[in-house]
Design a protein around this ligand. Sequence first.
Ligand code: F6P
Length: 547
Amino acid sequence: MKNTNDSQEWRLLNQHYSEICNQHMRAWFAEDTNRFARFSVQCGDMLLDYSRNRILPQTITLLGQLAHHMQLPQKIESLFTGKAINTTEKRSVLHTALRDQRHTSIIINGENTANLIELARHKMRFLVNAIHTQQWRGVTNQPIAHIINIGIGGSHTGPKMSVHALKPFAITNLTFHFISSIDQTALEDVLQQINPERALFIISSKSFTTLETITNANTILAWMKARLGQHVLQHHFIAITRAIEKAIAWGLPPENILPLWDWVGGRYSIWSPIGLPLMLMIGDKQFADFLQGAYEMDEHFRYTDFEKNMPVLLALISIWYINFFNTSAQAIVPYAHALSYLIPYLQQAEMESNGKRTTLNGDEISHTTSPIVFGEEGCNGQHTYHQLLHQSTYFVPADFILIAQTASTSHHHQDILLASALSQAEALMQGKTYEEAYSELKINYPHHEANYLACHQVIPGNRPCNILLMEHLTPKNLGALLALYEHKIFVQGVIWDINSFDQWGVELGKQLLPILLKQIQQDASPSKLNSSTTALINYIKKIRGRT
Ligand code: F6P
């Protein structure tokens, strides 16, 4: 297949862009009172208002044609039916199977994924029950009080984000902690907060070779042995991994190991045993609701026409900006403290998946792919980087994620939060003209000063945002939200004709790290390195007094 941007569909979109790029959304809203009804869609508890985008009905039609040209319907079926769409690693991509309520049998390497998933879920439930009922005890016969997840990337962001988001749904008094960075201060910070006799460490690593995770696990094992003796492994450590033999070699008994599989990518693994911390916090039933929400989004994605299909629409609009408006950024702004860790979660999901430059055939891509995802929970962002969204020369689309109701009896704070989000959306869209600024200023200032200030207060507006509004932040709605973004990312990957499920760029750093580590740790001068690296290593050694 030729590069996407060689197609007739792409050319038509380019032409459409030049026709509408100078039109203002203000005018569109004024002309079309139905704009919200036309450009909004509901899925379960979630409403997507995409009316504040630089689109007309024809834009969606043309983008839909591009999606068909790139065989999106067939690709969606390939995803759900377990075709090996991760072509460079020859793997299926079956995170959707983990929440499939029909338990469809898909055979991968002679094994039925539905059975593997059910067995793993059964083991998760068994462990959760043993910990909740205090049958699982530490080596000194104390019940478990602290759960510490040791993992990085997809083995960290999902558990941390979901545990933080769903705290109000906790059914236990367990405390949850997360160690990801190799920085020892991060580790010590957590160890200071826990009682080792009541700690359970979950080593989450699909490969069981990730240097940060295994180094942290080794340090913690030594720390635990120093306090509680040699027999801590069985009572205080669980592993979640595809490399079961490596976890056994590390010393864990098989009953303390939960499986992962090749067909679940790290950044798509929260639905798998990697979600154990979440299940420990909210229990099996609510964890099932979390999966149910994702499943309902899967069904919506698989069976809804593109014009009403929430993930497809989000993806197409994003492509519209990246490839035709030439933006390379995407702000994620959850107006919910509970969703603050959604930002790093989506950074990995989006940028590790689609930060690629090669088509499935191996050709170099000549257009932009993944946006740079950044953000901050509202209202904090308003007082930091939103200035750039409103007035800079950059064009940055934003997703605002709103929650209508919280458990709190007083709505006062929530009302301000929601009003803040809507006023930001309004300001981005409307902007402020020179005339509007001047007429406000002239009340208090003489002409020349009003004129001077008005020039600085002009805000162009016409800056887009999506508003995702959910009724409550429940396990089910969180599941739906995450699945929504997963599918958005998938659709973008299909249209860009890239493999969203490998991450070769990360591997080079992993290869170089042991070489540089050796140079830092050895007494000999560094050799065969460039002058910058050599100088920096020498400088570090000098500071440490080793040379
Ligand atoms: O960052 C690269 C990566 O391979 C991610 O894709 C993955 O989520 C992370 O490292 C952790 O890998 P593992 O679960 O194998 O320790």
